[in-house]
Design a protein around this ligand. Structure first.
Ligand code: 16G
Length: 240
């Protein structure tokens, strides 16, 4: 598999080879990698070359190192393609993972000025404030706080929001969810995120704000979420 006559550097070839084994599932999360020496002997390349390939894969998040134990395959990131407006439940199911939620907070409160502005309602108008930990196969992925116009989306209960919010809006309320605007920023976990997502304080997170609109252009939700940056990535198709 290593082609010494190729214009592609050997470290790059090894990198691609290891990546393809991970993508095909021949190397699974938490599997340990052969040592630098083993790779070097197997492919008749220098240990420096092997080290460079592994360093690059660590930087890209495919592998991680454990002191004195060598390199291991990381949990692969969940990729969310930003092409259609989907719910967390739909996203996880589409990947064959089981979505669930841990409800931390559920209350009707008067909208503050910021929420009121985003939702196009009057200050102090009633909004649901809902905070949920979103899990995939029981692993926390995101901490999400929704503000939902209570005069627009009626009858929410703790039970409903422990399941899928979008499914309730579309199937029970017969409203059409149409589009959203989304802002993604990098940030770090504070105490709240660290507790909810079982990550270190200061670990990288993707902070997302989404405003979502119904068919008639009326906003119904403003959501702030913190996604684990070690488990999540977003891809966007851009056409010229
Ligand atoms: C996603 C949305 C969130 C929406 C939720 C509904 C992002 C950043 N956020 O988490 O805005 O409220 O899905 O999910 O994508 P549900 O129908 O499973 O409750």
């Amino acid at each position: 598999m290593m082609d010494k006559n190729s214009p592609l550097p050997l470290y790059h070839q090894l990198e691609e080879h290891i990546k393809s084994l991970i993508e095909k599932g021949e190397l699974k999360p938490e599997d340990s990698l052969p040592s630098e020496r083993e790779y070097a002997e197997k492919y008749d390349i220098s240990r420096m070359t092997v080290r460079q390939a592994i360093n690059n894969l660590v930087k890209e998040g495919y592998l991680y190192r454990r002191k004195g134990k060598g390199s291991f395959v990381s949990e692969q990131k969940i990729e969310q393609k930003l092409i259609g407006l989907t719910s967390f439940t739909e996203d996880m199911r589409a990947r064959g993972m089981e979505p669930s939620s841990r409800l931390l907070h559920f209350e009707i409160i008067p909208a503050n000025i910021q929420v009121a502005k985003q939702l196009g309602i009057k200050e102090y108008a009633p909004v649901y404030e809902i905070r949920r930990i979103r899990l995939a196969d029981n692993v926390p992925m995101a901490l999400e706080t929704n503000y939902i116009s209570a005069n627009l989306i009626k009858g929410l209960t703790e039970e409903i929001v422990s399941q899928s919010l979008y499914q309730y809006i579309e199937e029970k309320q017969q409203l059409t969810i149409d589009y959203s605007t989304q802002i993604i920023e990098s940030s770090i976990a504070g105490q709240k995120e660290s507790d909810a997502l079982a990550i270190e304080k200061g670990a990288p997170i993707l902070f997302i704000r989404r405003n979502t609109y119904l068919k008639n252009g009326v906003p119904f939700e403003m959501v702030k979420s913190a996604y684990r940056a070690d488990r999540y990535k977003f891809t966007i198709n851009i056409k010229r």
